[in-house]
Design a binder for this molecule. Structure first.
Ligand SMILES: [Zn+2]
Length: 295
């Protein structure tokens, strides 16, 4: 009996040891890279530009889904719990974040809005009327990029220089975009009509006036007959001939208004839903459409 037991036990235990070693090996290979989760598309792209092959970054809001009303599934939350960093826009855009806090998340939540509205903004005062669309102002996007680079290098100091160098290169591109927008819109009309309240920070930066069809910051807001009437009268008063719509929203409301004023509909992307373009290419398209409407 003793001999049989030895014969059986030895192979079994050697298998167990072997499996344990290989699991540990896989785990340590994974841990070499920062495990990053980005809440929505522009932040995903910024994270990739900065982290490149040194990080694994997962986009939370699925392709084709608009992030304003999105809520994570249980599976998403489980994946978030395992990550080192979660990159969020902040300003109440990710209303599920408080929930995650309560579940004792061990990693770091990176609020990329830090330093942008520093003097007059307090996270505790966030409500539906606080405009989250900072990424649509390239000047603010640069700060978001810097915040991500800082968070990566704090979590992975060994590659800190790599992250900061990549951020600096990307910020160069954002600087070019910023001066292009500033120069090319400088001699044009200032008033434009957009669907939801997404381009306020952009408009402030480039001295434009945004009028919106729906008063809400959320692209799912309701269009009432009264707001429709107001928009049409604004368009007539300011001699506006283009109504801007978003790529993923229905253009029907915008078309009704455009017909009423004898104008047309053009697209202005809020970059909220994943598309083929990059931040730079989509913002450049936005600029071209704004020029068509205003210049
Ligand atoms: Zn929006």
């Amino acid at each position: 009996m003793a001999i049989i037991a030895i014969v059986v036990i030895i192979p079994l235990s050697s298998i167990v040891v072997y499996e344990t070693n290989s699991n540990q090996q896989i785990a340590s290979i994974d841990n070499l890279k920062l495990q990053v989760i980005s809440s929505f598309n522009p932040l995903h792209e910024f994270s990739q530009e900065i982290g490149q092959e040194k990080i694994d970054v997962t986009l939370l809001v699925p392709v084709g889904v608009e992030p304003h009303d999105w809520e994570p599934t249980i599976k998403d939350v489980q994946q978030m719990q395992k990550s080192d960093l979660i990159i969020i826009n902040g300003i109440g855009f990710e209303n599920w974040v408080d929930n995650l806090d309560e579940k004792n998340y061990q990693g770091t939540i990176v609020d990329t809005s830090v330093g942008i509205l520093a003097n007059n903004f307090d996270e505790k005062n966030t409500n539906d009327s606080t405009d989250p669309h900072i990424w649509l102002n390239p000047v603010y996007a640069k700060i978001q990029v810097q915040n991500i680079a800082l968070a990566f290098s704090n979590s992975d100091p060994e590659n800190g220089k790599f992250y900061h160098t990549n951020a600096a290169k990307y910020i160069e591109k954002l600087n070019l975009l910023d001066s292009k927008i500033r120069n090319e819109l400088s001699d044009c009309n200032r008033d434009f009509i957009y669907f939801h309240n997404a381009f306020s920070y952009f408009a402030d930066e480039y001295d434009l006036n945004q009028h919106t069809i729906i008063p809400s910051n959320n692209s799912h807001g309701e269009v009432t007959a009264k707001t429709l009437e107001n928009v049409i009268s604004t368009a007539k008063k300011l001699n506006i001939k283009v109504i801007f719509s978003e790529e993923n929203a229905s253009t029907r409301t915008s078309e009704i208004i455009a017909n009423e004023i004898g104008g047309k509909v053009l697209i202005l992307s809020p970059l909220e839903v994943v598309s083929d373009g990059t931040y730079i290419s989509k913002m450049t398209e936005n600029l071209e459409n704004l020029k068509e409407a205003l210049c």
